[in-house]
Each structure stands twice: as C-alpha cells, then as structure tokens.
Ligand binder design. Structure first.
Ligand SMILES: Cc1cc2nc3c(=O)[nH]c(=O)nc-3n(C[C@H](O)[C@H](O)[C@H](O)COP(=O)(O)O)c2cc1C
Length: 142
C-alpha cells in the first residue's frame, strides 16, 4: 500500500503495553526483535522494547502513517494480546533515534529501577502512570 504522503513528515510516538499469549522463549524474543529491527530499518521507525514477566512494553516512533500501520499489525499479532495504548504524541525529535529497536532484558541490576517508579519491585506497566513509564524506559536504557 502506498504511503499517504500528506502526513509523511509528521513524526509521532506511540507507547503500548501487551501480554505474551504464551510463555516466550529467548529464541522467540530474538525472532521478534530481528523482525522488528529489519522492518523498522526499512520504514524509518525507531524505538525501544522491554520484556519482563510476560509483559511487553514498547515505544515506536516514526511517520504518523507508518506508526498507525504498525499498530494494526501489532494488534493482529497473535504472539501477544490485551494491547493497551498508553500514550501517543507528536514529536519535535525522536527519543530512540539510535535504535531501529532497542531491547532491554531485565536483570537483577535493574530491579531497583522498577522499585524507583512503583510501589513494589514488580514490573507491571499496566498499573503505572505514563510519566513513570517514560522514566522507567529512559533509566533502563542507560
Ligand atoms: C511485542 C512485539 C513487538 C513487535 N515490534 C515490531 C516492530 O517494532 N516493528 C515491526 O515491523 N514489527 C514488530 N512486531 C511484529 C509485528 O507484529 C508483525 O508481525 C510484523 O510487523 C509483520 O511483518 P511482515 O509483514 O514483515 O511479516 C512486533 C511483534 C511483537 C509481538
């Protein structure tokens, strides 16, 4: 489908949370990441993905038309469900311009970061304000 060029220059960001439909192996995460990085590089989409306790948290940024199209694909993707859009906005500049898709896997080292933004050390972005989520993603990528 040809891209609607009328809004090709409008840069937007969209952040969502979703649940893996089944236990996800390291191999499956790496397949999702490879697919994301490959497609995103071709579509000038950048972003950040976090996966922990079977929950995905992802920000994608790029042209409004392409971000909307990717959202439809993500919603149709049976590897996850219960997708909730947390925030979408127009951007003056990209936050994740260095990465076609940055990925942070949870470690003991970043447990303190979860505690910093929530009432417990659990990772549950469904229960966090977007301000906390933004801080969490920035800290995790440092
Ligand atoms: C958690 C998760 C994150 C994903 N992130 C991306 C992404 O950033 N970019 C992308 O193109 N596809 C991503 N996908 C895959 C899409 O849902 C969809 O399968 C893909 O865009 C279809 O690409 P294809 O037309 O090349 O098969 C993701 C899938 C999951 C489950």
């Amino acid at each position: 489908m040809a891209q609607n060029t009328s809004d090709a220059h409008i840069l937007v960001s969209m952040t969502y949370v979703s649940r893996a439909t089944q236990e996800i192996s390291a191999k499956e995460i790496s397949e999702i990441l490879q697919q994301a990085q490959h497609n995103n590089a071709a579509n000038a989409i950048t972003g950040m993905l976090v996966f922990k306790d079977n929950i995905f948290l992802q920000t994608i940024e790029g042209s409004r038309a392409r971000i909307n199209r990717l959202l439809y694909s993500l919603i149709a993707d049976q590897r996850h469900n219960d997708l909730q859009v947390l925030e979408t906005r127009e951007l003056a500049h990209r936050e994740w311009s260095k990465w076609s898709m940055n990925y942070v896997s949870p470690t003991q080292d970043n447990a303190a970061i979860y505690l910093k933004y929530s009432t417990t050390a659990d990772f549950n972005p469904y229960l966090l304000s977007f301000e906390s989520i933004r801080g969490l993603m920035r800290d995790l990528s440092r």
